[in-house]
Design a protein around this ligand. Sequence first.
Ligand SMILES: NC(=O)C1=CN([C@@H]2O[C@H](COP(=O)(O)OP(=O)(O)OC[C@H]3O[C@@H](n4cnc5c(N)ncnc54)[C@H](OP(=O)(O)O)[C@@H]3O)[C@@H](O)[C@H]2O)C=CC1
Ligand SMILES: CC(=O)[C@@H](O)[C@H](O)COP(=O)(O)O
Ligand SMILES: [Mn+2]
Length: 391
Amino acid sequence: MTTFPKRIALLGSTGSIGRQTLDVVRQFPEQFQVVALAARSNVSLLAQQVAEFQPQLVTCFADTPEVEARARELLPQAVLGEQGLLEVATHPEADIVVAATSGLVGLKPTLAAIGARKAIALANKETLVMAGHLVMQAAQRAGVPILPIDSEHSAIWQCLRGEEQRDIARLFLTASGGPFRSATLEEIQGVTIAQALAHPTWHMGPKITIDSATLMNKGLEVIESRWLFGVPYERMEVVVHPESIIHSMVEFVDGSIKLQASLPSMHIPIMNALAYPQRLDRTGAEFIRELSWPTVANLHFEALDLPRFPCFRLALEAGRRGGTYPSVLVGADEEAVELFLAGKIRFVQIAEFIEEALERHTAIEQPDVTTTLETCAWARRMVRELWKKRA
Ligand SMILES: NC(=O)C1=CN([C@@H]2O[C@H](COP(=O)(O)OP(=O)(O)OC[C@H]3O[C@@H](n4cnc5c(N)ncnc54)[C@H](OP(=O)(O)O)[C@@H]3O)[C@@H](O)[C@H]2O)C=CC1
Ligand SMILES: CC(=O)[C@@H](O)[C@H](O)COP(=O)(O)O
Ligand SMILES: [Mn+2]
């Protein structure tokens, strides 16, 4: 029997997942309470969240002098810098840590939270991609559950409740196909930042939105699934489903397929992870819209066209090769996406730079945390150097 209220420490409170997590807390005040918040640069929103949710601890990464000055002014009680993330992740009053920072900064606080025996509601996929072996092993040793928030993984996790591992035949991850699903190779050459940020079905932070446009996101999600569900790569498939209503499917050995569906909303996976093993009654939760039968009657599925989306292939190759390759993938992708969003490289160069970083890498097997993070940093530097050379 779960005891409520669950006390939440939230990493990345000002982001897309962070704000939707707070919507859930606001809607279910009997069930959840916020004890600690961490953000990076959006000080004014963080200050509003502090005023509303009254956490015991607030922290701000504040990695520029301007943000630091603003944080000192608006949130004099805040812990500043990287230490803040670790303090939030290990807050003594927290039962559950929501890991919703973007990018590779999520790894250390997630491992610290596991070490402090907190349940982990995991949105940050980069953490599992680069260090799935470390995170899953640490969680198993500590007896800590990893509760997926990523919509496909929440779907698979819900389909697997009450099932046996040995009965899983295949996982089908659905992909919206992103904004360039129907674009030709030639059209993709010239796409703009605004076009790449215009995701057809989800409103998300900029990094994951670009990853969805390159299909890197789906590659990362296949690797994430391998760690979360222990299913080998050859028994996972990606199906393009432009409406993002079926969030993923599991086929069992007897030929039966289970799937999870809802209109695209991250509130449902967040509610699932936070309330686990219970479900929350959505009555009164206006942010959840009802899925109607006419909508379900008009769903589409198509095969993934690999030549137009090389990032998907690169992710799968890196996942299969293992060792430090996934860390190169994550680091190189983070740097390349930043360069693209800064207008410094073209969309198609994201894949080119990642591929070159992977080719230049000499892998290390079974990397520890230090090697993992050093490899990511190496990959970021490599992409920056490649860009400078080309520029
Ligand atoms: N959005 C979605 O629907 C989904 C997201 N995910 C995953 O969840 C994670 C978050 O995504 P999303 O919410 O879209 O991203 P956003 O860019 O919207 O938000 C990122 C959050 O992380 C914070 N942050 C970034 N760096 C730091 C840092 N060094 N220290 C403290 N806080 C930091 C940001 O703070 P600030 O804003 O103050 O700078 C912000 O609160 C990603 O890994 C993504 O892949 C997975 C599935 C769906
Ligand atoms: C909401 C969510 O889980 C995202 O990861 C989503 O999957 C992105 O959409 P794509 O299917 O376009 O990658
Ligand atoms: Mn997803």
